[in-house]
Design a binder for this molecule. Sequence first.
Ligand SMILES: Nc1nc2c(ncn2[C@@H]2O[C@H](COP(=O)(O)OP(=O)(O)OP(=O)(O)O)[C@@H](O)[C@H]2O)c(=O)[nH]1
Ligand SMILES: [Zn+2]
Length: 368
Amino acid sequence: MEYGFTASTAALFTTHTAPDSQDSAVPGRVVRLDRNRVLVATAADLLHLPYPTHGLVPATGDWVWIGHNNAGEPAVVEVLPRHSALSRKRAFEASSEEQILGSNIDIVAVVVPVDRPLTHNRLERTLVAAWDSGATPLVVITKADLAHLADEVVGEVILQAAGVEVVTTSAEHGDGLEELMQHIPTGATLVLLGPSGAGKSTLINALAGRDVQQTGAVRAGDGKGKHTTTSRELVPLAGGAVLMDTPGVRGFGLFDAEEGMEEMFGDLEELFSNCRFTDCAHQAEPGCAVQEALAEETLDPRRWASYLKLQRELAALARKHDAAARRAYQRQWHQKVMSADRGQRAAERYRHDQAEERAGKGGKRRKR
Ligand SMILES: Nc1nc2c(ncn2[C@@H]2O[C@H](COP(=O)(O)OP(=O)(O)OP(=O)(O)O)[C@@H](O)[C@H]2O)c(=O)[nH]1
Ligand SMILES: [Zn+2]
């Protein structure tokens, strides 16, 4: 199957067998949701099938068993557990409603164009959402051919990306595309997140080697439920990767979020290591480094409140998932902390290099 059916997917179908009554069921992957039907890719076909009558509601990217419903029609009979999910519910939103925009995503590529200023912390917030989905984030800088802008933006992005890999591309010149693909394992599912006009469609077309997305054009009437019958939201790329491009993911509200996480919290985790007790709850324990930092005003109380809020959100989300998902969250959290740490070092290196450049070969700096 073209749609990211890897060895681990095969293993998933082996572990989660089809319902007993469905002895001729076949695996498939949801490539689009419509109002009444689900478009599912199988090894041989694209099928419009009725929704399952119980269990998880399908999302684009889901692996499913296709069998027969009570009326004897082919139908999705079961949605398999997801290893990741990008949801609209954000960590700092009051509402608890969670809408799955896409599932089983391996790489969330956060697209940053060089032709506009980086809004403060936007990248960090988006990266946190990417980690929280259970996927691995990757930062993709676009339009690097606009060289008079590129250098500063790349530096700024590396600072903000906190250790996440950064790939610089120009779809216009075909630069960086191979490097980008090297970050996408065979059979991996990839989404691009980024503001309108960031160059996502142009990049997608360049990666797919054909016009799979209309670029630059206003997508007239691309509102709810208005799809042509051939459009898919999972697009197989050369090399076995799969690109997810759903309107929901495109419109991912993160970039407009006024409120959001201010920063990642690697420095807080570091603070915890100074608490007297390893299991310190940072409330009223003696020798608590957090309480000390708050008293000395070296830690912003708002920042601490934000951290606690994120922890509550993560805990609530984890309760909703099974044990595997909870382990995944913990792993992601750990990675987040580790990468914040690495990012810190990368940032220091960057500042150092910049300082050297200014001191040493200042005259050679590009002027345009
Ligand atoms: N110079 C330059 N321009 C680019 C590059 N990639 C995209 N653009 C231009 O940027 C504009 C926006 O590109 P799109 O690919 O439509 O952006 P998008 O992210 O898909 O935007 P939405 O569809 O609104 O989400 C277009 O005018 C592109 O021609 C690039 O590598 N270099
Ligand atoms: Zn403490």
